[in-house]
Design a protein around this ligand. Structure first.
Ligand code: ZN
Ligand code: FE
Length: 259
């Protein structure tokens, strides 16, 4: 499929994602309707589907206004009650958007919220991942409803995707996340290179996303529980030896919460 994926900035740091092929479009996590409608009008494309990852207002707030103007299917998590969602999905389900010749498979990625899902698709032989507030560029979402072991298992699923999969997350938190990652892993050369690249992007007013799964595996401490440097750093912080990935993840997440 020949798909263009555009970020639609909203609020202070959200990206709503718009996918289109020049005629039709789909949106992911429309927290606000106005910038989505403006983008549809500017591109001259018609909305064919809406996908949402979880129930937070900055991801679903635009549904009522969009549905008042567009009669389209709305895909969302089976495990969350979201007004407007008429196709409730869980792991193993598929989303088929015929107008875009696009297919996505669904992963359950609980942790940020209880029912959070992610969408994995393909365009020009490259994977696309819409992961909401689960995996961020060089970080991960806060645990509002799930446990550390749930979130760690969710992140492990995403980490197992092909390295060139593009990661379309829902917030521009990257530079702050990189500052935390440096505190965890000051000697990581890939992280230093990423900081230079992503700082330059922000200086130009450009998004730092999408990244790739390979970028995240090399630099994101929340996917690097197997790195001896990350483990040693977390153990220093915790003052005890840690062996389980979920425990290492839990300590990292707590550290980040107060960083
Ligand atoms: Zn959220
Ligand atoms: Fe969010």
């Amino acid at each position: 499929m020949s798909l263009i994926v555009l970020p639609v900035p909203a609020f202070s740091d959200n990206y709503l994602w718009l996918l289109h092929n020049g005629r039709h479009a789909a949106v992911v996590d429309p927290g606000d309707a106005a910038p989505i409608q403006a983008a549809l009008d500017r591109l001259g494309v018609s909305l064919a589907a809406i996908l949402v990852t979880h129930h937070h207002g900055d991801h679903v707030g635009g549904l009522p206004a969009l549905l008042a103007r567009h009669r389209v299917p709305v895909f969302g998590p089976a495990g969350e009650d979201i007004r407007g969602v008429d196709h409730r999905l869980c792991e193993g389900d598929e989303v088929n958007i015929a107008e875009l010749d696009a297919r996505f498979r669904v992963l359950d990625v609980p942790g940020h919220t209880r029912g959070h899902i992610a969408y994995v698709g393909q365009a020009r032989a490259q994977g696309l991942l819409f992961c909401g507030d689960t995996l961020f560029a060089c970080g991960c979402g806060r645990l509002f409803e799930g446990t550390p072991s749930q979130m760690q298992a969710s992140l492990a699923k995403l980490a197992a995707l092909p390295g060139d999969t593009r990661v379309y997350c829902a917030h521009e938190y990257t530079l702050a996340n990189i500052r935390f990652a440096e505190a965890v892993e000051p000697e990581n050369a890939a992280l230093a290179a990423r900081k230079a690249r992503d700082s330059a992007r922000r200086d130009q007013g450009e998004p730092t996303v999408p990244s790739t799964i390979a970028d995240e595996l090399a630099t994101n401490p929340f996917l690097r529980w197997e790195s001896p440097a990350v483990k040693a750093s977390v153990e220093r912080r915790a003052g005890r030896a840690l062996s389980e990935p979920a425990t290492i993840f839990a300590c990292l997440r707590e550290w980040k919460n107060t960083f």
